[in-house]
Design a protein around this ligand. Structure first.
Ligand code: DQA
Length: 140
């Protein structure tokens, strides 16, 4: 099984960016531990700060992977274009947010990706990605 994790803008700075909200673990170290925990799953991580690059990647990988885990960062709240790209994905999509977006500013309460996702995991930090992987492993 191959899972594509897509991270949107500013998520490349996780580990040092607002650690009181997002924690201090980097994606590289989290990826290493997930790869170790789930040796039979192929995990690919794509991060971009650019909306079009995220859309290109969804289009490029949607036939090849079994599922997507996506945290589109701030684009989750604004990008019709990314949600349109996800509309033509016929594989499970799990939306993850490190922070509990519902506990934060009102503009973060709405996600344009949530209606397309099979499940949304918020507020569990990096563990949210692991929960998503575990869920997909059992489901697919
Ligand atoms: C985030 C929440 C978004 O509102 C924010 O813009 C991010 C990170 C999260 O993982 O909690 O960049 O997606």
């Amino acid at each position: 099984m191959r899972i594509c994790i897509i991270n949107g803008p500013n998520l490349n700075e996780i580990g040092t960016r607002e650690p009181e909200i997002y924690g201090t673990l980097t994606f590289q170290s989290a990826m290493d531990s997930w790869a170790n925990d789930y040796p039979d799953i192929q995990l690919e991580l794509f991060q971009s700060n650019h909306e079009g690059a995220i859309i290109d990647h969804i289009q490029l990988r949607k036939q090849e992977v079994s599922a997507f885990i996506i945290n589109a960062g701030a684009y989750s709240h604004t990008s019709i274009a990314i949600s349109d790209a996800l509309r033509s994905v016929d594989k499970p999509i799990i939306e993850v947010h490190l922070s509990n977006i519902f506990k934060r500013e009102e503009f973060r309460h709405k996600s344009l990706i949530a209606p397309l996702a099979e499940a949304c995991i918020v507020g569990m930090g990096m563990q949210g990605y692991k929960m998503a992987i575990k869920y997909l492993l059992e489901k697919i």
